[in-house]
Design a protein around this ligand. Structure first.
Ligand SMILES: Cc1cc2nc3c(=O)[nH]c(=O)nc-3n(C[C@H](O)[C@H](O)[C@H](O)COP(=O)(O)OP(=O)(O)OC[C@H]3O[C@@H](n4cnc5c(N)ncnc54)[C@H](O)[C@@H]3O)c2cc1C
Length: 444
């Protein structure tokens, strides 16, 4: 099978590249082995919350220059501010087409989102159902907040969150209450506690009669509140609409927070991206895994997958976005870290003792978090120092950044995926123009 572009990895990096390629009319396929990191994510898009030296960042794009000074090899330093801004704006617009509204603060600064532990994490874009706590005034407009769970649901403990929240000086004048609301049909679900997960609850609440009963229970337990915080228990596709309905029924302002995996807020992004890609004519080979490829004269010619090992896939351009250790995009042995599909050149500290800090909760990033594939400015990797001209790399597989410590995971994934797509599109267009000119000369 021959494609214009083949994307290895179905996370946010791979899908961003795939959608952009498909939009430009390229015949594109994605091979996705398993679940992406989005199934574990908050569904908010972090752009940059800390510089590598630990300094907190207020306005992420304005900090790109300082980031470049500290980390010239950082993926953002290779892309530059304009390309990253363009990619994130494109992503917002694309998700909006699928009914997922991602917004930032009007002044371009980071905001805080509340975590299931009742702590706060800095991020840049959040879905419309996530309350944005302003950086400089966390509890602005809040005099009473209710943290509510479903009776018997184990993946969110409101009391724990409330205790942590109450410790914050900004919340000293805010009344914090907790409640557990019974879910209609709970007795039937309780027969199998393993099935009482966020995704199972979302199926129950899709039924409008049950949603009405739940709304009634919510009003009874909460009374009045400026903000009602609920675990993310509303469906992937229609979750935001269900919350709007619940807000209408109760009169509350509702804020979703991610639960233990599966995280419906993250899955909502993935489902939206996949359906958009397929709507554009893209092909997704789910559950298949790329095992190896043939490199000839500095070019990747074909790849072999677990399901199609006797029928290689070919393309003009390839992207590898197989994620970090978490998604098996990288494999660690005692003394070396490898990219398992092609054996790409890695950026790894030579001395193993430098891989990590002595203390787990260190003030600096652990070096293993910054390990990854070494690339040139165009995000092209190499094997034994020879660049592969039609292969690119994006997302968590890239070296030289720490998505957790620097708070830039999805931002890097989207912007590098988009950056690669733009290069592929430009190359494809140049190729097409040359072919047309050649044809004209032949017929002249
Ligand atoms: C637990 C967790 C929580 C996070 N929370 C947030 C957050 O709230 N906000 C934020 O901005 N960032 C967050 N991040 C960071 C961010 O989500 C990741 O950096 C980003 O999603 C990485 O995307 P990716 O596409 O590069 O990789 P991944 O999402 O890891 O996707 C890689 C994909 O490639 C597939 N794959 C692997 N090998 C192969 C192969 N050989 N063939 C085919 N497919 C293959 C995998 O199965 C997977 O589907 C979080 C990360 C983690 C781990």
């Amino acid at each position: 099978m021959k494609f214009d572009s083949l994307i290895i990895g179905g996370g946010v990096a791979g899908l961003s590249c795939a959608i952009r390629c498909a939009e430009a009319g390229l015949k594109t396929a994605v091979i996705a082995a398993g679940q992406s990191a989005l199934h574990f994510s908050s569904g908010s898009i972090d752009i940059l919350s800390h510089l590598p030296d630990g300094q907190p960042v207020s306005d992420p794009f304005a900090a790109f220059e300082a980031l470049k000074q500290q980390s010239p090899e950082h993926p953002y330093s290779k892309l530059g501010e304009d390309a990253a801004r363009k990619a994130i704006a494109w992503y917002q617009g694309t998700m909006e087409k699928r009914g997922v509204y991602l917004t930032a603060q009007e002044d371009g600064s980071n905001h805080f989102r509340i975590t299931p532990m009742g702590t706060f994490r800095s991020t840049w874009l959040s879905q419309q159902t996530v309350h944005q706590f302003p950086q400089n005034e966390l509890a602005a407009g809040l005099s009473k907040i209710a943290l509510v769970t479903i009776d018997g649901f184990r993946d969110f403990q409101p009391q724990l969150a409330a205790d942590n929240l109450a410790k914050l000086p900004q919340f000293k004048d805010v009344e914090i209450i907790t409640a557990a609301v019974e879910l209609p049909n709970f007795e039937n679900m309780q027969r199998n506690p393993c099935e009482f997960r966020s995704i199972d609850i979302s199926r129950v609440l899709r039924d409008e009669t049950k949603l009405h009963a739940f709304a009634k229970g919510l009003i009874q337990k909460v009374g009045k509140a400026d903000l009602v915080v609920l675990p993310s228990i509303f469906g992937n596709g229609d979750g935001a609409a269900t919350i709007k309905l619940l807000e209408g029924l109760t009169g509350f302002k509702i804020c979703e927070i991610p639960t233990m995996p599966p995280s419906l807020l993250g899955i909502r992004l993935e489902e939206a991206m996949k359906s958009h890609f397929q709507m554009l004519g893209g092909l997704i080979l789910s559950g298949d895994e790329v095992l190896r490829g043939d490199i000839e004269d500095g070019k990747l010619t074909r790849i072999y997958t677990r399901h199609h090992h006797d029928m290689p896939l070919t393309a003009d351009h390839f992207l590898i976005a197989t994620g970090s250790f978490f998604s098996r995009g990288m494999a660690a042995e005692r003394h070396q870290v490898q990219e398992p599909v092609f054996g790409l050149d890695m950026a790894t500290p030579a001395n193993r003792d430098d891989w990590y800090q002595d203390e787990f909760f260190a003030k600096q990033s652990h070096q293993f978090m910054k390990m990854g594939v070494r690339c040139n400015e165009q995000l092209q990797p190499s094997i034994a120092n020879q660049t592969i001209s039609n292969l690119y790399c994006a997302g968590a597989l890239l070296a030289h950044y720490d998505p957790v410590y620097e708070g830039c995971g999805s931002g890097v994934a989207i912007s590098t995926g988009h950056y690669v797509a733009e290069q592929i599109i430009a190359k494809q267009q140049r190729h097409q123009t040359l072919e047309n000119e050649q044809q004209e000369r032949t017929f002249a």
